[in-house]
Structure formats: structure tokens, C-alpha cells
Design a protein around this ligand. Structure first.
Ligand code: SF4
Ligand code: SF4
Length: 369
């Protein structure tokens, strides 16, 4: 049985933990970057760096690149200090270490674009097969049916399938967060969580100490914060659209499809646009980043996360606007495939970083008072 993370002796650290501990020890002596973000003030509260504390610090980092840009000890200096890259590597490793069940953590190591898009394609193909088997001929004609989506798949089947996938995602993500908190957390109270919620909602520390994030052209910009906000709030609006539609169905007895101007339609359209624009921006921002800041081992996980969220928004919007045409059937299969793949992969995707970062911010709020 593996040791709890916080009791792992430094001699048993992984290479990513060893490197992060080395950098934090150097930075703790230097402290030049203490005004840039939450990582350095949080680091200064420690003299030694346990595995749990390193996970905590890694989750506070937004990879803005400011400390690398400002560092007099960055490569080619012999100290070779590259905090954003080392913490990015450690973050990805921590997602796998805290995953639940533990055996599924290996999915994170393999969680590249191929796995993400392959899962979407496989589930979409499965849905197309089920639709053809259940209602031959309906795949390309259901768009004209007044029953809408339900001409292809009964409402009850959708509720059971997606309800199970949703609760699996919730359970596995909550267990992963519990593992992270056991290793990297400290007791926190309501004021700490209010601070954390405020900083998470505003992405307070994603500004490189007020100038923005560093790219290959060495010009800091603040667009990464915009793309993150569009993605995050777009996702919340899509979730709100589904929740309102569920209330319509069960409380008001109003069945889908709903017109675009009704609340589920408006929330879904606004959320879909946010997801598509935000993830497209994040994809481009990844390409624009200074190469030295990137961790090659995390690249696949990052890209898969962005691509699946992009598809989620795009297929939802296409379904909204092409829902009464012959492509509705294939589009529904692709959208449902994306949603189901999203839920199944969520606990093993980059999506957990939002939750771990929130917990790290709560601990930071607690520690600094
Ligand atoms: S990143 Fe470099 S400049 Fe900043 S605190 Fe660490 S050693 Fe000092
Ligand atoms: S990359 Fe940005 S957020 Fe991360 S430690 Fe450096 S300054 Fe802080």
C-alpha cells in the first residue's frame, strides 16, 4: 500500500517532486518573485517541502511565465530555474496520484488528444448504431418529427444513461479531491472558502503580477484570463441550461425541444458560444506560449481537455440550429457522444485542476492569516 503523500520521505520523491523541491528551496532564499502570484508567498511559509505542500504549491501556479521571465537564474544559468515548467509537470503527476480509483490514474498519463477524441468518436458511433438498430430509417428523418430528439432515443433511456455517467463523474472527482485535500490541505473555515471562491472566480493570480502571461514573442498579454473566463462561465451556462430544462420537464411538465428564445435555449446558446470561443482562444494561447514554459508531458492532457470542451459547445450549438434538418440524427449522436465522453473522462482530465486549484486557494487563505 502506498504511503500517504505527506509522509513520503524526500528520498522517495519522484523526479518531478525532487525538481520542484529543489526550485522552491532556491526561490525561498531568493524571494525576488514574491509579488507575482500566490505561489511565492505560500512557499515562504515553509522551510521544508513535503510532497503534499509541493502539490499545494503546484496547484496555485497558473503558468503565467512571469517568474521565468524575471528570473536571473533561469537557463542557461547553472541553477536552471524554471518554476512554471516544473510545477506544470508536478500538477499533471498529482492528478494521476490522487485519482480515484487509483488504477484509473494511468489514464491521466495516457490522457492525450487521441484518447479524448477517440472516446468521443467511439461513443458517437455506438449511439448511431443504437439509433439504427432501434429505429431503422429514423437517423436522417427524425429532424422533421415533432418528438425531436426523443424520436431517436427515449427520454427515459437518456435520463438513466446520462444520470449514471453524471453521478460517476461526481463521485470519482469528489474522491480525487478528497485524496488531494488529505495530502495537501489544512483545516479551513468559511472565510477561507469565501476568499478562495472570490480568487477562483476572478482568476486573481493569472496576470503575471499585473502584466499578463508570457508568450513566444516575449510580449505579456492578458488574453489567457479572458479565454479561461469564457470557457468556465460558458460551461456553467450550459449546465444551467440543462438544469432549467430538467425543471421544465419534471416541475412544469413541459417537454423538449424548447424554442431558442426560451430560457434553456438562451442559456445554452450563450454557454455554447462561450465554450467555443473560449476553448479556441485557449488552444491558440497554448500554441503561442513560450516553448520553455511548456511541459511536454502535460501537453496531451491539456489539448484533450480543450478539444472535448470545444466539441461540447460546437455540437450543442449545431444541434440547436440544425435540429430540424436531416443532419439532426448524426449531430445528436456526436453531441451525446461528446457529453458522455466528457463525464466518463472528467475525473481523469485536466478538468480536475479547477477543483484542486480552488482547494489550494482555500489553504492559502487559511495559511496566510
Ligand atoms: S524564480 Fe528565480 S528570481 Fe524568482 S524567486 Fe525563484 S530564483 Fe528568485
Ligand atoms: S508561472 Fe506565474 S503563477 Fe506560476 S509560479 Fe511563476 S509567476 Fe506564479
Amino acid at each position: 500500500m502506498p504511503l500517504p503523500t505527506d509522509t513520503v520521505p524526500p528520498s522517495d520523491f519522484t523526479p518531478a517532486q525532487t525538481e520542484a523541491a529543489r526550485l522552491m528551496t532556491v526561490c525561498n532564499s531568493c524571494r525576488y518573485c514574491e509579488g507575482l502570484c500566490a505561489v511565492f508567498p505560500a512557499m515562504e511559509l515553509h522551510r521544508d517541502f513535503s510532497a503534499g505542500t509541493l502539490d499545494h504549491l503546484a496547484s496555485l501556479c497558473h503558468s503565467c511565465g512571469a517568474c521565468y521571465h524575471d528570473c536571473q537564474f533561469a537557463p542557461p544559468h547553472e541553477f536552471s530555474i524554471n518554476v512554471p515548467q516544473a510545477l506544470a509537470r508536478l500538477r499533471t503527476e498529482s492528478y494521476a496520484r490522487h485519482a480515484w480509483p487509483a488504477a484509473a490514474g494511468s489514464l491521466i498519463a495516457r490522457g492525450g488528444l487521441t484518447l479524448g477524441l477517440g472516446t468521443v468518436a467511439a461513443i458517437a458511433a455506438l449511439f448511431i448504431g443504437l439509433i439504427i438498430w432501434n429505429a431503422p430509417g429514423a437517423l436522417l428523418t427524425a429532424g422533421a418529427s415533432p418528438k425531436g430528439f426523443y424520436a431517436l432515443m427515449p427520454h427515459g433511456a437518456m435520463v438513466v444513461l446520462f444520470g449514471l455517467a453524471f453521478f460517476w463523474a461526481l463521485l470519482a472527482t469528489a474522491m480525487g479531491a478528497r485524496n488531494f485535500w488529505r495530502a495537501a490541505g489544512t483545516p479551513t473555515g468559511l472565510p477561507d472558502h469565501l476568499h478562495a471562491a472570490h480568487d477562483a472566480a476572478r482568476l486573481t493570480y493569472l496576470d503575471g503580477g499585473d502584466v499578463g502571461c508570457y508568450n513566444a514573442d516575449d510580449q505579456p498579454t492578458d488574453r489567457r484570463r479572458l479565454w479561461h473566463h469564457l470557457t468556465f462561465y460558458g460551461f456553467l451556462l450550459c449546465f444551467a441550461a440543462t438544469s432549467v430544462a430538467t425543471l421544465y420537464h419534471y416541475l412544469l411538465g413541459r417537454e423538449a425541444p424548447y424554442p431558442w428564445w426560451d430560457l434553456p435555449g438562451l442559456l445554452g446558446i450563450a454557454g455554447g458560444i462561450g465554450l467555443v470561443v473560449g476553448t479556441a482562444g485557449l488552444w491558440q494561447a497554448k500554441s503561442d506560449r513560450l516553448e520553455d514554459l511548456k511541459d511536454p508531458e502535460s501537453a496531451g492532457l491539456d489539448r484533450a481537455f480543450i478539444a472535448v470542451l470545444f466539441l461540447l459547445g460546437l455540437t450543442g450549438l449545431l444541434l440547436r440550429f440544425l435540429g430540424e434538418t436531416p443532419v439532426m440524427g448524426p449531430m445528436l449522436a456526436l453531441h451525446l457522444g461528446t457529453v458522455l465522453a466528457f463525464f466518463l473522462l472528467l475525473p481523469y482530465s485536466k478538468m480536475v485542476h479547477g477543483l484542486y486549484r480552488y482547494l489550494a486557494l482555500a489553504r492559502y487563505a487559511r495559511d496566510k492569516h
